[in-house]
Design a protein around this ligand. Structure first.
Ligand SMILES: Cc1ncc(COP(=O)(O)O)c(C=O)c1O
Length: 386
């Protein structure tokens, strides 16, 4: 069947493709350690699951408001107050099936064909995909290893012109684990202050910070009117399969994003939203314990990678990824991805899955047990030295 031209501009996330290749090898009896997929290996906390059971029993099985369950939106308003020190109203919140639709609908709502959007590279591949898909120009902002995967302000300044309509930022960052400092955010805020530029800030890893603290550009003076904040439940509460996320944005944008919801999903599943209220307002211990475990694993994987020949790895400050430099191994990112998967039985992602600036790197997710991480490191050492 004929496909529309614009589909040629749609990108993808190769994590799912590597997962499929890894599963095919497993089906042939090969042992694979999965360090490719970006999801917690923990189960959703029990009290959240129970809230969903209860919601089903209570009949939360019907359509709900397109922009989200009112009580969940109230819980999100409280969450923004307590974590970002910002006063918003329920009219600024839209709940979606996962955080991803906020990127999609936010960009569709605010960006015209021919506009320019600055986005982090290496970065979450869906930003570039969405920008290209709608016919805007994707302008990469290089994240630099020597700056702990932050950016150079002068370089950002040089990328801004009259066509720039949006700057996308992500902190803590996928794939590098870097975080933006308050100073970085203040510089971005001052660059957009007198310009008609929106900041889209992806903060789905906001609770996963191991050094320093999470800062949000939404908290800075004057930024409430210029910011689309993306948050979700997938990572913090190990709820990837539930599909629950949200965005905070100016009311006119929220109205348009809700309209896209009417035109696509109608609403986010009603009973999962009731579980979301429990996630935000209920006990946080499970989530905190999970994050403490990630912190321990981070040290194991960083130390292990730094002891391998040709590999050097910065200590990430957040999320659950490491982005080691593999240039000295003589392998390209793609060769490393293939070699580690096929010869070592370790699934990871080539750095170029996150944009051209990811060449020379691979991404490992350390959402796996310490035993498996140690075994993966041993296996990689064997193929690099063998
Ligand atoms: C930076 C970033 N933003 C958004 C998402 C999507 O999250 P969700 O599962 O809530 O759609 C991911 C998932 O990997 C991510 O890494």
């Amino acid at each position: 069947m004929y496909l529309a031209d614009r589909t040629n501009r749609l990108g993808t996330e190769t994590a799912f493709e590597v997962l499929a290749r890894a599963k095919a090898l497993e089906a042939q009896g090969k042992s694979i350690i999965h360090l490719e997929i970006g999801e917690p290996d923990f189960d959703t906390p029990r009290h959240i699951i129970e809230a969903a059971h209860k919601a089903l029993d209570e009949g939360w099985t019907h359509y709900g408001p397109a922009s989200g369950d009112l009580e969940l939106k109230e819980a999100i308003v409280e969450e923004m107050k307590s974590t970002r020190s910002v006063d918003i109203g329920v009219e600024n919140v839209v709940v979606t099936p996962g955080a991803k639709p906020i990127m999609f609908y936010g960009i569709l709502s605010c960006i015209e064909e021919g506009d320019e959007v600055i986005y982090p590279n290496p970065g979450f591949p869906i930003y570039e995909s969405m920008i290209n898909f709608i016919g805007a120009k994707a302008v990469p902002l290089t994240l630099r290893e020597e700056k702990d995967f932050s950016f150079d302000v002068e370089e950002l300044k040089s990328l801004i012109n009259d066509k720039t309509r949006m700057i996308i930022i992500n902190s803590p960052q996928n794939p590098t684990g870097g975080i933006l400092s308050l100073e970085d955010l203040e510089q971005i805020a001052s660059l957009v202050a007198d310009r008609d530029i929106i900041v889209m800030t992806d903060e789905v890893y906001s609770r996963m910070v191991y050094e320093g603290q999470h800062h949000s550009i939404l908290s800075l003076d004057g930024m409430k009117e210029k910011t689309i904040l993306i948050e979700g439940f997938s990572k913090t509460y190990a709820m990837t399969g539930w599909r629950l996320g949200y965005g905070v944005m100016p009311k006119n944008v929220a109205d348009m994003v809700s309209k896209f919801m009417v035109n696509s999903n109608s609403c986010t599943a009603s009973f999962t939203q009731r579980a979301g209220i429990q996630a935000l307002r209920g006990p946080q211990d499970d989530s905190e314990n999970m994050i403490a475990k990630f912190k321990e694993r981070k040290s194991v994987i960083v130390d292990g990678l730094n002891s391998l020949p040709g590999i050097s790895c910065r200590t990430p400050k957040g999320a659950f990824y490491v982005f080691p430099n593999i240039k000295e191994t003589g392998l390209t990112s793609e060769e490393a991805e293939n070699k580690f998967l096929n010869d070592a039985g370790v699934a990871c992602l080539k750095g170029t899955s996150f944009g051209a600036n990811g060449e020379g790197y691979v991404r490992f997710s350390y959402a796996n047990s310490k035993e498996n991480i140690r075994e993966a490191l041993d296996r990689i050492e064997r193929v690099l030295t063998g």
